[in-house]
Design a protein around this ligand. Structure first.
Ligand SMILES: [Fe+2]
Ligand SMILES: [Fe+2]
Length: 283
């Protein structure tokens, strides 16, 4: 990252802070000892998050016949995995505005890109014994946080990137590289500030260059692949369109058939995913 960009980020005194509850949920999940009740006691400390979860749990998204009045009940009705994914998504989206929705910065589409990447990363991880599908859902959800942050706090730089895309027919990534304004670096700044785990921080930093991620190469490579699939299925976020071939990193040991099956799964879920997560994140 250029010094000036680092300085710009450091000078922003209104950057969002990671909700304590999300920090605790992520740490708890890393221990492998997380249970419905441990999750409930953490979430219960955060009245705003509890209220958001209960609102979503009682919304038509889940169509529960009976009123869900506690987080424990939500875990019973919706399942542990669903509640965990909701906690992560609602905590993150609650830290940023999702309402910046102009022609230039379509931040809602960016959130849907994150959700699509998260979902296909979760599906693909089921084929890889060394990765945890749920952790990979979280990894997918945060991989482009640098772009979310840039849209909201570095609008001048984003404008420059977009102009370079338009004027030179480059992809967002190529424009960022040309200008030295990498969203992976911006995301890394946030991941460090927020104290993300090594795995998550490496995914944020290396999801476009997984070989640099050391011990976490597979996780970064999986998100790289999931990002490519999401884009290919029209769930990307790039002015230049998403015509790149989907590359399967060798370190994942995945067959072309397994990747096609995961892509098909996302394709089949796409409409439902967009409807459901739009209601969860933007209502
Ligand atoms: Fe990215
Ligand atoms: Fe992405």
């Amino acid at each position: 990252m250029t010094i000036s960009l680092t300085k710009r980020l450091e000078q922003l005194d209104d950057l969002p802070s990671l909700p304590q509850s999300l920090h605790q949920v992520l740490s708890e999940l890393e221990t492998d000892g997380a249970t419905a009740s441990s999750l409930e006691s953490i979430i219960g400390e955060d009245p705003m998050l509890t209220a958001r979860i209960l609102r979503v749990a009682n919304s038509p998204v889940y169509g529960s016949a009976k009123k869900i009045s506690s987080v424990a009940r939500a875990v019973t009705v919706l399942g542990f995995d669903e509640v965990r994914n909701l906690v992560v998504a609602l905590s993150l989206s609650g830290s940023f505005s999702c309402d910046l929705d102009t022609d230039t910065f379509n931040i809602r589409q960016l959130w849907l890109h994150l959700v699509a990447t998260a979902r296909v990363a979760q599906i693909l991880a089921q084929q890889i014994p060394t990765l945890k599908p749920d952790e990979m859902f979280t990894a997918g959800l945060i991989h482009d946080l640098g772009r979310v942050l840039s849209c909201l706090y570095l609008q001048e730089e984003m404008q420059q990137i977009i102009e370079t895309c338009r004027n030179e027919g480059l992809s967002m990534l190529a424009s960022e590289q040309k200008l030295g304004l990498s969203h992976a670096e911006v995301g890394t700044f946030l991941a460090t500030k927020w104290g993300f785990s090594d795995l998550l921080a490496n995914v944020v930093r290396y999801h476009h260059a997984p070989a640099g991620a050391g011990n976490h190469e597979q996780a970064a490579a999986l998100v790289f692949l999931a990002d490519g699939i999401a884009k290919k299925l029209g769930m990307g976020w790039d002015l230049a369109g998403d015509n790149d071939k989907v590359l399967i990193p060798r370190c994942l040991g995945l067959s072309g058939e397994a990747v096609k099956a995961a892509a098909k799964c996302l394709h089949n879920e796409k409409e439902d995913l967009v409807t459901r997560w739009s209601q969860i994140l933007f209502n």
